[in-house]
Design a protein around this ligand. Structure first.
Ligand code: TPP
Length: 362
């Protein structure tokens, strides 16, 4: 089974005349700015992890269009289930750099109160369900959420993001089958970036990519150039309409590439050639959209340098503030799971306090 890859914007920023869809200049510029913010924040997080300020960082370097263009194509009431390379959806929906930095420092202002690893963002206010470390678990959750919305007659969709590696998990198959049978309004957005850490796609599955799996489950499926802002935007718009029209779920396979390491605990030079990375650098989604915007007179070098300077300064200020902010209180370790804290947990908490009387001061 062969799939065409939908693409409209080439590497030089030329937009194909076959793209006749509506997307406002304002949205395009916001999309561009959001991708740049994501890139700059990610780069700095890796640096400060190396400096020992935070414990861990993952970046979406090279994959920013997948998150930002898809978020741009959705409505605010739509539920989002990110994996961890979707910081761009947070910034698109209004999470500030400071909010993000508090999360990365796992401090008292972090919405998850340090109970999660860095890059496990989420926000109830923004309808973004926090990332969870076990790969693929969000796929059935998103299918269930979408089915619930269908039963309640809501005109909203859920979108679930994951990598190619997640499709090797049972949860992928369970979630897709359930959603297809129940016609749940859910978009399964797979970023096929070629690798699950060091495992290349050809060692994960024998099918021709991920898209044929969607057909196998009986759902509408697209393969799209994941580094093309216009193409991602367009297929997600179409997928959303398909879902709210009651036609069932959609699988999108976005062809992209992870330009950086899997995480700060990885060394990609051990499993992939530098020449491969260089090839994909030319397809960078930010570069392509910038070339388009400049050619259209919607962006210029002055705006570019001012954006880079102001975002970099904002990140520096946010790091300083996050460092100054205290850690979450010890009691938060046992709160917010049970309605009433069970006696066994309360005893453990008191034991820690008695062993480390000054623990709250650290
Ligand atoms: C169930 C499970 N197995 C293994 C891991 C370890 N692990 C973390 S990320 C990852 C790779 C995931 O690859 P993919 O889904 O392709 O996403 P990518 O990191 O490429 O964006 C693995 C194996 C995990 N977190 N959960």
């Amino acid at each position: 089974m062969k799939f065409e890859t939908i693409s409209y914007l080439d590497e030089n920023g030329h937009l194909s005349p076959s793209f006749s869809k509506e997307i406002s200049d304002k949205e395009l510029v916001k999309g561009y700015r959001t991708m740049v913010i994501t890139r700059l924040v990610d780069d700095r997080m890796i640096t400060i992890q190396r400096q020992g300020l935070i414990s861990f960082a993952l970046s979406s370097n090279g994959e920013e269009a997948c998150a930002v263009a898809s978020a741009a194509a959705l409505e605010f009431q739509d539920w989002m289930y990110p994996q961890y390379r979707e910081a761009g959806i947070m910034f698109w929906r209004g999470f500030t750099i400071q909010d993000y930095l508090h999360h990365m420092f796992s401090n008292a202002e972090d919405l998850t109160l340090g109970r999660q690893m860095p890059n496990h963002f989420g926000s109830r206010e923004l309808n973004i369900v926090p990332v969870s470390s076990p790969i693929g678990t969000k796929i059935p959750h998103a299918a269930g959420c979408a089915y619930a919305m269908k039963l309640q007659g809501e005109k909203s969709v859920a979108i679930c993001y994951f990598g190619d590696g997640a499709t090797s998990e049972g949860d992928f198959h369970v979630g897709l089958n359930f959603a297809a049978v129940r016609k749940a309004p859910v978009i399964f957005f797979c970023r096929n970036n070629g690798y699950a850490i060091s495992t290349p796609c050809f060692r994960q599955f024998a099918s021709e990519g991920i898209a044929p799996k969607g057909i196998g489950y009986g759902m509408t499926t697209f393969r799209v150039d994941g580094n093309d802002f216009f193409a991602v935007y367009d297929v997600v718009k179409q997928a959303r309409k398909h879902c709210v029209d009651g036609l069932g779920p959609v699988l999108i396979e976005a062809m992209t590439y992870r330009l950086g390491a899997h995480s700060t605990s990885d060394d990609p030079s051990l499993y992939r050639p530098e020449s491969e990375v260089k090839q994909w650098e030319k397809k960078c989604p930010i570069l392509r959209l910038r070339r388009y915007l400049i050619a259209q007179g919607l962006w210029d070098e002055k705006q570019e340098s001012s954006l880079l300077a102001s975002v970099s300064e904002e990140i520096t200020r946010a790091i300083a503030m996050a460092r100054k902010t205290s850690l979450p209180p010890l009691i938060s370790m046992i709160e917010h799971v049970y309605d009433e804290i069970p006696v066994s947990l309360r005893e453990q908490y008191e034991e820690i306090q008695s062993i480390y009387p000054n623990i709250e001061k650290h």
